[in-house]
Design a binder for this molecule. Structure first.
Ligand code: IDC
Length: 499
């Protein structure tokens, strides 16, 4: 990333792993067994640690409730959600506010349904929810020209990634040009029956059964649709929160307030706004509905106009956020994409799908980052250690594996320092290898907090990394990227170079 000072730490790796299949296979197997054992141990340790963290986060919540420092209200902290009066609450009865981001249509922008990105939103943006928007009638819509199995797989992946990243997730049946949800009611019933069955063990999935009824669809029609779809979900997910759209692109919450759905718990009603179009009037409609007892969830909003494009109205956007926070209403921003439109949070020239820097974000994206993190300036502009370019040449000449480690991020959370590294591992042995293992040594002790595309175990100041089945195979001179990890440790933590 442009702003990051690349810390190019090239160091020679101990190559106790097998590069040449025949010669080193045995040792590789032993190593793999060791790695497995260590991994199991690590998993147990990290699960224990997660529990401890969850416990201490719980404490933090009650200690600092209402302050900016409150722990993120994620599934590991708040568990299953329910609705009490107008308020979303967690498993311990605490008021919960979900704030996060919505995908654009998952058929159009499937690349942003990825685990690293969700993790980034959770860790760096402090988002605790992702909404998976699946159009029903546009852009490869589920009920029109879309591939149903492909779309369901994207939803499954999205739910899995949100779950692994400790986030809540909305499965959104994104009606729009098909104005009335009854138009594709049978398909909606089949879809939600299947999805809710598959996710029945999840406590973090929320179902949004009709994004935005419009074109004159009445509340009565929506209500009748809801009364057919809700029981289908309830059969598999008796307690899951279900969001119901309201007339006129999810704005007439007053009509729902006057005649709410009865007979079911944990139902919320959606209100959507675009700040440059919808201002005081819609805010008053919302607060009046809440005051009348209607639980409202803002499952989509933008800070530009209702087309998703046009100018941003920051003053109105901030006025909305203030009222939403005052009422503890949850809110989710449209949209995670680099489409050339104002509401997209990523600049259209930016092609990457995770690891976004401040410069990669559109004005909407930068605004959102600040709102979610409560930070005025971007922690995405991270401080890296000094550039050690002198070590660049030395390494390529000797050793069997060469590792280039780039510190891409550094941040502080709960008084701890976290460092994120990306690695490229190159086979310089002169022969192809089937698996590899390298040691990365730091200048002080580390503990592993996250990792990807490798098997990892931390021991004192050293991180042992070995390949996984899909990236062990390297030709002579070949390399693999997208290997990375996050460790926590002392301030000034750095990788030790061997030479
Ligand atoms: C917009 C997209 C845009 C797309 C359009 C399709 O941002 O790229 O061309 O839909 O009509 C909504 C909808 C949401 C809209 C968004 C902005 O839920 O699908 O996305 N919006 O127009 N309601 C109000 C605004």
């Amino acid at each position: 990333m442009k702003k990051y000072r690349r810390l190019m730490l090239i160091f020679l790796c101990m190559c106790f792993a097998a590069f040449c299949l025949s010669a080193c296979k045995k040792s590789a197997e032993t190593k793999a067994d060791d790695a497995k054992e260590t991994q199991v141990k690590e998993t147990v340790e990290s699960e224990t640690k997660e529990k401890e963290t969850a416990e201490s986060e719980k404490e933090t919540v009650s200690e600092t409730e209402g302050s900016e420092e409150s722990a993120i209200q994620s599934p590991s902290v708040c568990g299953s959600l329910s609705v009490e009066g107008t308020q979303l609450v967690g498993e311990h009865g605490e008021a919960v506010q979900l704030r996060g981001l919505s995908t654009h249509g998952i058929a159009s922008f499937p690349q942003y349904v990825n685990e690293e990105l969700f993790g980034e939103f959770r860790r760096e943006w402090k988002a605790n929810i992702i909404r998976l928007a699946m159009y029903t009638a546009e852009y490869g819509g589920y009920c029109t020209d879309g591939d149903k199995e492909y779309l369901k797989d994207l939803v499954r992946n999205g739910v899995e990634y949100a779950t692994s990243q400790d986030m809540y997730v909305i499965v959104d049946w994104h009606i729009l040009s098909d104005n009335n949800p009854n138009m594709h009611k049978d398909e909606a019933i089949d879809f939600f029956a299947q999805m809710s069955k598959e996710f029945s063990e999840h406590n973090n999935v929320i179902y949004e059964i009709c994004n935005e009824p419009n074109g004159g669809t009445s509340w009565e029609e929506i209500k009748s649709y809801a009364q057919e779809v809700i029981p289908v979900i309830r059969a598999n997910a008796p307690d899951a929160v279900i969001l119901v759209g309201t007339p006129n692109w999810s704005q007439y919450v007053n009509e729902a307030a006057a005649n709410p759905i009865t007979g079911y718990e944990n139902i919320m009603y959606t209100l959507h706004f675009y700040a440059a179009t919808h201002t005081d009037d819609l805010r008053s409609t919302m607060t009046a509905a809440i005051d009348a007892g209607l639980p409202i969830f803002v499952s989509e909003y933008g800070i530009c106009d209702a087309s998703g494009n046009g100018n941003i109205d920051e003053a109105q956007a901030n006025a909305w956020v203030q009222v939403l926070n005052q009422y503890n209403v949850s809110y989710i921003a449209w949209n995670i994409s680099n489409k050339n439109e104002t509401s997209a949070i990523i600049k259209s020239a930016v092609e990457k799908t995770s690891g976004f820097s401040w410069e990669d974000l559109s004005v909407s994206g930068q605004w959102l980052y600040q709102v979610l993190t409560n930070e005025k300036r971007s922690a995405l502009e991270t401080v890296a250690g000094p550039v050690q370019s002198s070590s660049l040449d030395t390494v390529t000449k000797s050793g069997d594996m060469e590792v280039v480690g780039t510190q891409v991020k550094h941040w502080e959370s709960n008084g701890q320092q976290f460092y994120q590294y990306d690695l490229t591992v190159k086979n310089t042995s002169g022969q192809p290898c089937q698996s590899w293992a390298v040691d990365v040594k730091f200048n002080s002790d580390i503990s592993l907090s996250d990792s990807w595309n490798g098997q990892y175990s931390a021991e004192g100041d050293t991180l042992h990394i070995s390949s996984v089945d899909y990236n062990g195979n390297l030709s002579a001179g070949g390399s693999t990227g997208d290997v990375g990890f996050i460790v926590s440790g002392a301030a000034g933590l750095e990788i030790q170079t061997e030479e």
